[in-house]
Design a protein around this ligand. Structure first.
Ligand code: SF4
Length: 339
């Protein structure tokens, strides 16, 4: 049945903070919930980047299916332990673009803040799974240093709050950040890259909407959804509230082998996003982070998928296929990526 956003009052049986306390962190518990035997999958314990997934996200997985595309995104498997050439702990060389703690300046007109050091889900393909958050978690005291850096670089017009997930911060912290940032007249845009409202839809709550809708800086949300099964009514309702508050809502995905690397899935994803009020923005090719090589899709196959989508969908439903290549001035369109 089609999902139609309901711009009614947000009806939530629990708070997002309560949902966070109910996170599933034990692979055996997860497999039992899905009626799967541990012997059916090559799963492993990961002491450094362990399982972390919400009850709500698990409810969207198909019971009894060891190949479920949502399960594949969160369950660590033995292939993660294979060391693979050309894969590294810092595939985008972010350590070279980190002038002050918590701030990354990779592209001329925009900077990225690692606003928090945690997420509500551990995505197995995350390119920051080895990121040194301990050196990049300045907190409120460190913001001033970052703001001084921005002032010295007047070409910066946009601030991006990104992973760790910025919505892991409390609403009063987000409100204070926006208030301080608004004192820099050069900043024209504030972008949130977030997966939290996908994993815990309750995160789009009245308190957050109040903070965001009073921002003097225009706000853009970029959700991170990889598969149509991730989208449900609660997500669509949250998007309706964001949009009613004047916030633009886009989506970026990562092209992942065994999750979304087929035409039907990507086509359904574009329609499901549109039905939920979200415009497809980017599909990123996998960043070569150590531990994620089993998710890689060749650029050749990505080009075929892109062309098939172009042939069958209106342009506004075809996300831009891109790859981030370190030291380039922007993301590189797939058409310019070598096979
Ligand atoms: S939500 Fe984003 S930053 Fe967090 S683990 Fe997933 S991909 Fe990485």
């Amino acid at each position: 049945m089609a999902i139609i956003p309901q711009p009614t009052l947000l009806q939530q049986s629990k708070t997002w903070q309560q949902a966070l306390t109910e996170m599933i962190t034990c692979p055996l518990t997860l497999l039992a919930k899905l009626d799967l035997c541990p012997q059916q999958l090559p799963w492993q314990w990961d002491p450094n980047f362990g399982l972390r997934v919400s009850e709500s996200f698990v409810q969207r997985m198909q019971k009894g299916n060891p190949h479920d595309p949502l399960l594949r995104q969160v369950l660590s498997i033995k292939a993660e332990s294979h060391l693979v050439n050309n894969y590294s702990s810092d595939p985008l060389k972010e350590s070279e673009f980190n002038p002050v703690p918590g701030l990354l300046h990779k592209f001329e007109s925009r900077v990225l803040f690692t606003f928090t050091s945690s997420c509500a889900i551990h995505c197995r393909y995350c390119f920051r799974r080895h990121f040194p958050y301990q050196n990049n978690n300045p907190g409120k005291k460190g913001w001033q240093q970052a703001f001084e850096y921005i002032e010295k670089h007047p070409q910066i017009i946009e601030v991006i709050l990104s992973g760790g997930d910025p919505l892991m911060a409390q609403d009063d912290t987000i409100a204070l950040f926006i208030k301080m940032l608004a004192k820099l007249p050069q900043i024209k845009l504030l972008r949130f890259h977030t997966r939290l409202p996908v994993v815990i839809p309750e995160r789009i709550c009245h308190s957050l909407i109040k903070v965001l809708s009073s921002s003097p800086i225009p706000i853009i949300f970029v959700y991170h959804i990889n598969h149509p099964h991730e989208i449900n009514q609660a997500i669509a309702n949250g998007v309706a509230h964001l949009k009613a508050s004047g916030i633009t809502v886009l989506n970026q995905s990562v092209l992942l082998h065994g999750v979304n690397d087929d035409f039907d899935c990507l086509k359904k994803l574009s329609f499901a996003l549109f039905d939920a009020g979200i415009l497809p923005y980017y599909i990123n090719l996998l960043d070569a982070v150590q531990g994620a090589s089993h998710f890689a899709v060749s650029s050749n196959k990505a080009k075929m998928l892109q062309q098939a989508l172009r042939n069958s969908l209106p342009g506004y439903l075809v996300p831009k296929f891109v790859q981030e290549i370190p030291h380039r001035s922007s993301k590189t369109p797939l058409d310019l990526v070598e096979n």
